[in-house]
Ligand binder design. Structure first.
Ligand code: FSX
Ligand code: SF4
Ligand code: SF4
Length: 287
């Protein structure tokens, strides 16, 4: 259990345009579990204090917003953002000020100003993801782009995945608690921690021998490499084949599906049509 000598890291969790799958994925964390994260010391002598989370907090209404704003005023918190940032106005708000709803972008702006760091959790927050897919009706942006537009320079760490693996989030937070903010060389060109996103799926895939022998599956769940059915493993960087999902039970390719490139910038447009062989290797750009 966290004790009085334990260093406390306040965390505010903001939800924008997403499906809450990122939170659900984290709730399924096995080791450490969500209980370890919220109640125990994530690493000896250090624990996080989750001050605001729309899905899991017991509080609601004005009191919950006050708790968030008090934390914001003190500064130094870790801001976790789940979901893309829609245009100002009618697409979503978080609490009120003087009886008027506070839009998601304006809430992001004030919460990010004094934060120690921003973790953009999930592909929507990291790169725009599904809400920003063509025709992007709510004009969604990634967190990094939304902050850049407002000249806010707080460090943004992208932890993409639709949804992200719980370990990718836990590991990123644990690393901040242990060693402080990541150094530039620990993040890739899309601000993803290399520790989790440094390996190409295709290089560690158990079906790779089929690919090398050009033995391609004709349908999903059949043996063989899934490349001709549309697998995006050759352009996707994540450690899924090694880490696996659901507490190490299985992962997309091994379960007979394929990698749809869910951690990459431009997903899902760039990876579409999902169930079609890639015509060429698309160029990825941060949104
Ligand atoms: Fe996006 Fe989170 Fe995909 Fe969903 O809310 S990363 S749509 S799984 O869960 O933001
Ligand atoms: Fe590469 Fe996908 Fe084939 Fe695996 S199934 S070898 S990741 S193309
Ligand atoms: Fe996403 Fe591909 Fe990993 Fe599946 S294998 S979770 S689609 S990166």
């Amino acid at each position: 259990m966290a004790n009085q000598k334990s260093d406390e890291y306040p965390v505010i969790w903001l939800q924008g345009a997403g499906c809450t799958g990122c939170s659900v994925s984290l709730l399924n964390a096995a080791s450490p579990s969500i209980k370890n994260l919220l109640i125990d010391e994530l690493i000896p002598g250090k624990h996080i204090s989750l001050r605001f989370h729309p899905t899991v907090m017991a509080g609601a209404g004005v009191k919950a917003i006050e708790a968030m704003e008090e934390t914001e005023k003190k500064g130094g918190h870790i801001l976790v953002v789940e979901g893309a940032i829609p245009a100002d106005g009618a697409f979503g708000s978080v609490g009120e000020k003087k009886g008027k709803p506070v839009s998601i972008p304006s809430r992001l702006e004030s919460l990010a100003q004094n934060a120690m760091a921003v973790i953009a959790l999930g592909t929507c927050a990291s790169f725009g993801g599904i809400p920003a897919a063509n025709p992007n009706p709510a004009q969604c942006l990634s967190v990094a782009q939304a902050l850049k537009n407002k000249s806010i320079t707080t460090l943004v760490i992208n932890v993409p995945g639709c949804p992200p693996h719980p370990d990718w989030f836990m590991g990123t937070v644990a690393s901040i608690l242990l060693w402080g903010l990541p150094k530039e060389e620990e993040l890739d060109e899309f601000r993803r921690p290399k520790a989790f996103y440094g390996k190409l799926i295709h290089e560690h895939c158990p079906r790779r021998a089929y690919y090398d022998e050009m033995k391609f599956a004709k349908k999903l769940s059949a043996p063989g490499c899934l490349y001709e059915l549309g697998c995006k493993g050759p352009i996707t960087y994540a450690d899924c084949p090694l880490r696996q999902w659901n507490n190490g039970v299985n992962w997309c390719v091994n379960s007979g599906g394929m990698c749809i490139g869910c951690v990459e910038p431009g997903f899902p447009d760039l990876m579409s049509p999902i169930y079609q062989k890639m015509a060429s290797q698309p160029e990825k750009k941060e949104v």
